[in-house]
Each structure stands twice: as structure tokens, then as C-alpha cells.
Design a protein around this ligand. Structure first.
Ligand code: C2E
Ligand code: CA
Ligand code: CA
Length: 664
């Protein structure tokens, strides 16, 4: 008994579930609601058309309550439902709302089906044979028509189908009339087939909604993934600042803006000074920590108006749209001050500085590329000049300078290097003997279009344009050919660019030229700047090893300008340090410079290196240098760079001087 009750209750549950709107499938309910909404007016058109035509047939035979009353009530219900549909057209219905409305429709379907059948069958006694046939026709066509309209709403469709069939079958079977009985059986069979079609259709509809939902979820996942990728591609993973790609996109977007009005786009490019030695000395962890702290500082100072980007390495950018250039410059200056504040790193405290080059659009550039290049150029100029650690706004002079650089580059590219490049030679004196230790070869270029262009100008341009190696080859051949004519003890100092030592090909070419020259490699000193060493220490070390294997000497040029560490100097097989001339200027009056030179001389003695002091111009400077223990000196005091033809005269002059001194 209890199993029967259980069975009955479970069957009741199944039936209830079958006839109710699912609460766990919001997407299905919403889709059903939408589908039904589009069919609903047609449903009422079918219903009302059929009802009014049937009532018209009975208008003279049946009571007005049946022929007019019932259709009027039905029309009112239909009008209310259709007008509500009309008002809610195009609106999205929330799943819960859709569920309520569909539940109501399901109940209404039972009610209307019962009312319709009752109404139609209650007209039966008032009609003659043909009218009775019309009732049967009305009931059948209405049931089929409405079921089709309710195809997506299974409970309502089944309700209509079952109610109409029950009423139709039981009523017409009870008439005992053979035609009606046949129609009743016919109706049940057709409707059963229709019911199967309905079930299949409903199952397919359900599957379609589910697969659409799966597709939608997949799309949402793909979109989320692509958003994540976009964020990753546009952010710097170390500092979490927007990265270079993001910077250029923002710059492009700002320049493309048409609503700038009086406002300008101010771009600042920050380059750190002294960051690389921190990385090299304390390791990358310390360098990374410094960059992260710096990013926080920059963001704090920049506030909401200025966007901060990391362009890569130790380069950052500030982007602002403003009408107050002075304020933007002041903020940049504050940022420079903030960069100089010490950074507390895991195992040390470090200090660096930052140089900011600034340019303004549209005042100083015509497009985003030019704006970036000009800000970058202002920064480069500041770093090369005296502007390290400060802000430098792109100027008219910079513009002229860029034009000149471009002319120089063009002229260099088409230059007949063998004929246009020459060398001057400047003596390096051994002041303990009063005789020259050797000569430094210094490049000169006379362009047919630009005239004489100094090496300080054309060498950096040639480096940037990628033609320095060609220049080095020409100059080196000429310098060695000249040195081959000198006395055997005379040294040749030759300047190499950082690009000459950073490629194996270039090093091979240098090796070949030295070997082919016939000059004893022991007489050759190759000068490489301290800045080149700091830029890429590993490459520098490799190059020095290769060149030393050739038998030549290596001098570290412009020492004191490149922020190298003692550790680096110590770990290289160097032969000489050439102390930059900035430490020598008026050294006789400058106690600080004297101390620096003294400690550098001590350093060279400790490391067993020779020391050349550059830029000695006056007798007083020479005296001071001598007192500080230096032996090798280069500078205008002894001789300016001279033509090769003047070297013999120079030797002769020295001999005569020595003789004159000896005869005194
Ligand atoms: P540097 O290697 O430091 O060469 C010394 C520079 O200082 C030369 O300028 C020289 O004329 C100048 N100088 C020498 N004594 C004095 C002095 O007492 N007072 C002053 N005020 N200046 C003095 P220069 O010839 O104009 O060369 C400039 C720079 O161009 C060189 O600096 C070097 O870095 C580069 N350079 C010159 N020739 C070559 C070359 O063949 N290859 C490469 N890669 N660079 C070169
Ligand atoms: Ca030099
Ligand atoms: Ca130098």
C-alpha cells in the first residue's frame, strides 16, 4: 500500500513537473517566453477569428448570451493580452518575471481550453446538421492552430490538446452518429501524432537553448581571456605600470584627438642615470626593487592628471594633456628631485638620478612620432651635456641640431671615406723623460658639402646610423700606416667605438687590420671609453680579452665620466686609465680636483696600471699634475692634435729643446 502511495506521489510529482515552468533553467524560460511572445498575437487571431465565425453561424438560432456574450468576453481577454504584449515589445524580460508570466499562461491555457470547448459544445443543441459539423470543425481547427502557436510552451500546448480532445472525443462519441464517431477517432489519432511532434520539437528547442548557452559561456570565457591577454600585453609585469605598447597607443590616441582646444600634450621621457652600476653591483633583484619603488614614487608625484609608463629598462614616460606647460615642467622638476632621494633596497641603500627630456604637441612636433623623438632628443642632449639629473625642454636649437644631424648623416652615408677622412695626432708625453710616449690618432672629416665636421659631432651620428665600423676600418688603416713610419718605441693610441667591440665581425676586422699593418701590436693602444664599458660589461670583457690576445694594450678612456665601479675596473686586463680632462681643468686652483687625481693615481698604482692625464693646458696645471705623481700627460700644453707631416718637426723641436736645456 505504502509503495502504491509512494508510486502515486512520485507520478504526481512527475506530472506536476511536466506541467510547470522549470525553475532551474532560466535561459530556457527566457527563450520560451520570447518565442511565445512572438506567437501570442497569432494565437488570439486564430482563436477570435474561429470564435466569431462560429458565433455568426449561430446568431439566429442560439441565445445572444452564447452567440455574443462569450465571444465578447473572449475578445476582451484577447485585447488585454495583446495590448500588454504590444507595450512590452522589445523589452528584455528577467527570467523570474518570464517564469511568472509563463505559469500564468499555462493556467490560462487550461481555462480557455475548457471555456472554449464548453462554449462550442453548448451551441450544439441550437444547430442543424451542417452547423453541428461546423462546431466539430471549429473545435478541431482551433485545437490544432492553438497547439502550433504554443509549440515552445509544452504544458500549455498539452493542456489545449488534451482538453480539446477529451471534450471532442467524449462528446461526439456519445452522439452515436457514425460520422461524428469517425471524426472523434480521427481527431484523437491526428492529435496524438501532433503531440509526438510537439514533444520532439520541444526537446530540440531545449537542446538548442542549452547549446546556445554553452556557446555564450565559451564566448564569455574567450572574451575574459582576451581581456586578460590585452591587460598583460599592455602592462609592465615588474612595475605594473602601463608598458611601451600601451604608451604608444595612448600617445597616438591623444594626438588624434580633435577636442584639444587650447590644451597641449606634454611628453616627458625619463632616463635614469647610474642605474646600470646598481644592477651590475648589487644584482638584478636590487635593480628590480629600485624600479618598483621608483614606479610608486612617479605615480605618487604624477597624481591623476599625468599618466606614467615604463618604456623598458630604466626608461619611463610621463604623458599629460594640459594648458599649463610651466606647471608640467615644475612637476617634472619635482620628479627629478624625488628620483634623487635614496632607495632602500634589500641589502643596500642606493642613489640615482633621472634626466627628463620634454616636448610639447603641437608646438614642437607635428605628429606623435616627432613628439616622442623630440622629447627623447631633449633627454639625450641633457645627458650628453651638463643637464644630467634635470629637466630639459625641447628647444629651437635642438630642432636646428636635429636638422644638422640629419644632414651629417646623409653626407656620411654617401661620403668617400678614404678621401674625406683624415687623422690628426696628439702627443702623449712622458713627463719624467720629457719625451713623447706616443700619439693619439684623432679623426677629422672634411665633407665636400658641409666642410669640416668634428669627431664629437660625426662619430655619435655614425654610431647611430650604423656606419661607424666602416669609418673605424678606414681610420685604423691610415693610423697604422702612419705609425709604421715612426720610431720603434713610439706608441699609437687609437679610439674604438662601443660598436667596434660589440660585434665579433667588427673585432675580426680590427684583428686583421692590426696583423696586416706590420706594426708591433705592443706599440698599439686601443682606447675604449668608460661609458662603453658600463653599457655592456660582459661584451666589453669579451672584447678586451680578444684584443689582448692580439698583443695590443687597452686603455680605458674618459675615465671618471662613466660611473664604472672599482670592481669592474679591477676585473679587466687593462693597461691604462685615461683620466678625463674635466678633472684637470684649473687643477692648480682646485683642491677637490687635486684630491681626485691623487686618489686616481694611487688607484692606478695599486692596480698596476699606467695613468694618462688628459687636457693639460697650462704650465701650472702641469706642475700640479707632476706633484701628484703623474707621468703620462696629454693636452694642448704639449701639443694640439697635428697633421702627420708635423710629427717629424715636433720630434725635432723636442730634441732642440732638450739640447738647449742640456747646454744651460
Ligand atoms: P678623446 O678620445 O677624449 O680625445 C681627446 C679630445 O680632447 C680630442 O678632441 C682632443 O683634441 C681634445 N684635447 C686634447 N687635449 C686637450 C686640451 O688640453 N684641452 C682641450 N680642451 N681639449 C683637448 P677631438 O679630436 O675633437 O676628439 C673628440 C673625441 O672624438 C675624442 O675624445 C674621441 O672620443 C672621439 N674620436 C676622435 N677620433 C676618433 C676615432 O678615430 N674613433 C672614434 N671612435 N672616436 C674618435
Ligand atoms: Ca681617446
Ligand atoms: Ca679622452
Amino acid at each position: 500500500m505504502s509503495t502504491l502511495i509512494e508510486h502515486l506521489s512520485s507520478s504526481a510529482k512527475t506530472v506536476r513537473k511536466f506541467f510547470s515552468v522549470p525553475s532551474d533553467k532560466p535561459d530556457l524560460v527566457t527563450a520560451q517566453h520570447k518565442a511565445f511572445q512572438s506567437q501570442m498575437p497569432l494565437l488570439y487571431i486564430i482563436l477570435l477569428t474561429n470564435a466569431w465565425i462560429l458565433s455568426g453561424s449561430f446568431i439566429h438560432t442560439a441565445p445572444a448570451l452564447l452567440t455574443l456574450g462569450a465571444p465578447i468576453v473572449l475578445t476582451t481577454v484577447g485585447c488585454i493580452r495583446v495590448s500588454r504584449w504590444w507595450l512590452s515589445r522589445g523589452q528584455e524580460t528577467a527570467p523570474e518575471r518570464a517564469r511568472i508570466e509563463l505559469t500564468r499562461t499555462n493556467m490560462l491555457a487550461w481555462l480557455l481550453a475548457v471555456l472554449f470547448c464548453t462554449w462550442a459544445l453548448s451551441l450544439y443543441p441550437y444547430g442543424e446538421w451542417s452547423q453541428k459539423m461546423q462546431i466539430a470543425f471549429f473545435m478541431a481547427i482551433t485545437a490544432v492552430g492553438c497547439t502550433f502557436c504554443l509549440l515552445h510552451l509544452r504544458p500549455a500546448a498539452v493542456a489545449v490538446m488534451v482538453t480539446c480532445n477529451l471534450a471532442f472525443f467524449s462528446f461526439f462519441l456519445s452522439t452515436g452518429n457514425a460520422t461524428f464517431v469517425a471524426m472523434a477517432i480521427n481527431m484523437v489519432l491526428v492529435c496524438s501524432a501532433l503531440l509526438v511532434i510537439l514533444m520532439i520539437n520541444y526537446r530540440d528547442f531545449n537542446a538548442l537553448v542549452e547549446s546556445r548557452q554553452v556557446l555564450f559561456n565559451e564566448q564569455a570565457k574567450t572574451l575574459a581571456l582576451s581581456n586578460e591577454n590585452f591587460a598583460l600585453a599592455n602592462r609592465d609585469t615588474l612595475t605594473d605600470l602601463p608598458n611601451r605598447r600601451s604608451f604608444f597607443a595612448a600617445l597616438r590616441a591623444e594626438v588624434a584627438r580633435t577636442d584639444l582646444g587650447d590644451k597641449k600634450i606634454v611628453l616627458g621621457i625619463i632616463d635614469l642615470d647610474g642605474f646600470k652600476p646598481i644592477n651590475d653591483t648589487y644584482g638584478h633583484m636590487a635593480g628590480d626593487a629600485l624600479l618598483c619603488q621608483l614606479a610608486d614614487r612617479l605615480q605618487l608625484l604624477a597624481g591623476g592628471d599625468i599618466r606614467v609608463y615604463r618604456l623598458g629598462g630604466d626608461e619611463f614616460a610621463l604623458l599629460q594633456v594640459t594648458d599649463d606647460i610651466n606647471l608640467a615642467t615644475e612637476i617634472a622638476e619635482d620628479i627629478c628631485v624625488a628620483i634623487c632621494e635614496p632607495f632602500r633596497l634589500p641589502f643596500c641603500t642606493a642613489r640615482i638620478s633621472g634626466t627628463i627630456g620634454m616636448a610639447v604637441y603641437p608646438d614642437m612636433a607635428q605628429d606623435e612620432r616627432e613628439l616622442f623623438e623630440n622629447a627623447d632628443y631633449a633627454m639625450y642632449r641633457a645627458k650628453r651635456g651638463t643637464g644630467r639629473g634635470a629637466v630639459r625642454l625641447f628647444s629651437k636649437e635642438d630642432e636646428a641640431e636635429i636638422k644638422r644631424c640629419s644632414h651629417i648623416e646623409q653626407a656620411l652615408k654617401i661620403a668617400d671615406l678614404d678621401n674625406e677622412l683624415t687623422l690628426m695626432f696628439q702627443p702623449i708625453m712622458d713627463i719624467s723623460t720629457g719625451r713623447p710616449h706616443g700619439f693619439e690618432a684623432l679623426a677629422r672629416w672634411t665633407s665636400p658639402t658641409l666642410g669640416r665636421v668634428g669627431p664629437n659631432e660625426f662619430i655619435p651620428i655614425a654610431e647611430r646610423a650604423g656606419i661607424i665600423s666602416r669609418i673605424t676600418v678606414v681610420l685604423m688603416r691610415k693610423a697604422l700606416a702612419e705609425a709604421a713610419t715612426w720610431p720603434d718605441h713610439m706608441h699609437l693610441s687609437f679610439n674604438l667605438s662601443v660598436f667596434d667591440i660589440s660585434s665579433p665581425d667588427a673585432l675580426l676586422r680590427i684583428t686583421e687590420i692590426v696583423q696586416a699593418s706590420g706594426v708591433d701590436p705592443a706599440r698599439i693602444e686601443l682606447e675604449i671609453t668608460e661609458t662603453a664599458m658600463v653599457q655592456d660589461f660582459t661584451t666589453f670583457l669579451l672584447a678586451v680579452d680578444t684584443l689582448k690576445a692580439l698583443g695590443v694594450g687597452i686603455s680605458l678612456d674618459d675615465f671618471g665620466t662613466g660611473y664604472s665601479s672599482l670592481k669592474q675596473v679591477h676585473s679587466l686586463p687593462l693597461d691604462k686609465l685615461k683620466v678625463d680632462r674635466t678633472f684637470v681643468s684649473q687643477i692648480d686652483e682646485n683642491v677637490a680636483s687635486q684630491k681626485i687625481i691623487k686618489s686616481l693615481v694611487a688607484l692606478c698604482n695599486d692596480l698596476n696600471l699606467a695613468c694618462v692625464v688628459e687636457g693639460v693646458e697650462t704650465e701650472d696645471e702641469l706642475k700640479t699634475i707632476r706633484q701628484l705623481g703623474c707621468h703620462l700627460v696629454q693636452g694642448y700644453y704639449y701639443g694640439r692634435p697635428m697633421e702627420s707631416t708635423a710629427i717629424t718637426d715636433f720630434f725635432q723641436g723636442l730634441e732642440e729643446e732638450a739640447c738647449a736645456r742640456a747646454s744651460l
